[in-house]
Design a protein around this ligand. Sequence first.
Ligand SMILES: Cc1ncc(C[n+]2csc(CCOP(=O)(O)OP(=O)(O)O)c2C)c(N)n1
Length: 247
Amino acid sequence: MTTIYQKTKGLQDTELHYCPGCAHGIVHKLIGEVLEEMNALDTAIGICPVGCAVFAGNYFSFDTIEAAHGRAPAVATAVKRTHPDQPVFTYQGDGDLASIGAAEIVHAAMRGEKFTTIFINNAIYGMTGGQMAPTTLIGQRATTAPLGRTREQAGMPIRVAEMLATLEGCVYAERVCVTDIPHLNKTKKALKKAFERQMAGDGFTFIEVLAACPTNWGMEIDESNRWLMENMAAYYPLGVIKDTEAK
Ligand SMILES: Cc1ncc(C[n+]2csc(CCOP(=O)(O)OP(=O)(O)O)c2C)c(N)n1
């Protein structure tokens, strides 16, 4: 019998608790595959705060540490500085990273901390029931903005990758998504590049993944992927935002 697909050793056999159509499980798989290909499953350390991925440590097979809401970059700073030869990453939602943890991530990037942040931007607070996040789009409904976000009340959504790219300590920032196989392959490449640049000691690396949340968006799965491409990708352009290595 020929094996045509084998689940990455970067994930345990635990069943995922994510909703149908959620991007978290797909991104977990890609991280596991990349670290496995880099022979880093014995050394990698992930820092996962609260949010829907609060149980990420039950799914990854390498070491993880739980951090308080928004504080993963501070924990990652300590871990990476004391374990400079090991790949370290934070895995953060937009409620976590762009709201309560906004100062943490800005200062980690400013300092050029040599870890990778994987930012799962689903434009909503998923775990707590669909409240407005700093990344919620204008007009997008949330439980705390039942008529849709307005500029007058909440300002314009924050483009985190572009903001961090202004800091010299940030050497690589790319925005990706996992709505179909070509985009998923690009995401895997971007994750690998981020980890490779981290291990080369270049500085802070940042991957933003535009992620569907059909449950809190109140959509079917196909509809949520279409909505993401038509609306989220229009405001948050996909592609490389910064690459200090680019010619
Ligand atoms: C100090 C603190 N404040 C608030 C909360 C409640 N809380 C848990 S997860 C979360 C937001 C999660 O949203 P996000 O980071 O976007 O991740 P998602 O669930 O969408 O994946 C909040 C506000 C908390 N756990 N700790």
